[in-house]
Design a protein around this ligand. Structure first.
Ligand SMILES: Nc1ncnc2c1ncn2[C@@H]1O[C@H](COP(=O)(O)OP(=O)(O)OP(=O)(O)O)[C@@H](O)[C@H]1O
Ligand SMILES: [Mg+2]
Length: 252
């Protein structure tokens, strides 16, 4: 099993939109997908509620035993390990303990037969994000092309570099420009600046500012199932990103 985390301590940059669409795409590729929602906002849990398993995300961090085998048997190829209120308490744990428990839980998911585990994180450089990065193989950082987001990405890049000292298996897939407005000169300028500052860290496929993506998240379906011509471009972008991630992760 390969594990991917979407992480950026900046809020509202498209982490959940990206993660949910990668999950739907991988499911359609016939993969057995586990999605872990580590954000108390529970946005991924809302969009993927059709795949509820009864498993709680905080249990993976606290070391509580859960029945991963049965959860996988009852799902239709995708199992949601839901956000729960207990997650807030996990911020009081030592990173070493939360990370160790989480890594053990990931190994149990792997033993239960999942091909891929996708983890959504909250916009904060906290214990839950740290634990996810300590256990993961890949991290992807959606980024908005606005000043505050650009300002914050340095911290994210440093965090990933620090975690890699403890988890050398962690690979940074890079930054995905999200909610990009092609007609906004500020976005074009920021994209050029980022590409110059981090030439090897920019994912080649970005996602435009497309309301059909928000429609899809609200409806619990991928954007390619939204029946509007306006959704076509969004679908192409999201599919291209998922294909890129699938290829780089070498899942099967
Ligand atoms: N490409 C897009 N075009 C338009 N709207 C988008 C796009 N991607 C996401 N959104 C909308 O922007 C908001 C933030 O997106 P999302 O929840 O994916 O970001 P996030 O990084 O997960 O946020 P948080 O840090 O709060 O978890 C949501 O309301 C979502 O519907
Ligand atoms: Mg989110």
């Amino acid at each position: 099993m390969k594990t991917l985390v979407t992480a950026n301590q900046k809020g509202g940059v498209g982490k959940t939109a990206t993660l949910v669409h990668i999950a739907f795409d991988f499911l359609e590729r016939g993969l057995k997908v586990a999605v872990i929602d580590l954000d108390t906002q529970a946005n991924a849990s809302f969009t993927l509620k059709a795949f509820k398993s009864g498993l709680n995300a905080s249990g993976l961090l606290s070391g509580q035993m859960q029945d991963y085998e049965n959860a996988s048997a009852s799902s239709n190829g995708m199992t949601l390990i839901e956000s729960d209120l207990g997650l807030a308490n996990m911020e009081k744990m030592e990173l070493k303990d939360a990370g160790g428990n989480f890594r053990a839980a990931i190994q149990m998911l792997s033993a239960a037969g999942y091909d891929v585990c996708l983890i959504d994180t909250a916009p904060s450089l906290g214990i839950t994000m740290g634990a996810a990065l300590l256990a993961a193989d890949y991290v992807l950082s959606p980024i908005e092309l606005e000043a505050y987001s650009i300002q914050g990405i340095k911290k994210m890049v440093t965090t990933i570099a620090n975690i890699r000292k403890v988890n050398p298996a962690l690979k940074f897939l890079g930054m995905v420009p999200s909610k990009v407005d092609g007609r906004n000169p500020r976005h074009s300028r920021h994209l050029a600046e980022l590409t110059q500052a981090y030439p090897s860290l920019m994912v080649p496929t970005g996602i435009g500012l497309r309301s059909s993506i928000a429609d899809a998240l609200a409806s619990g379906i991928p954007v390619w199932k939204i029946n509007k011509t306006a959704a076509r471009k969004a679908s192409q972008e999201v599919r291209a990103l998922a294909a890129h991630v699938y290829q780089v992760m070498e899942i099967k």
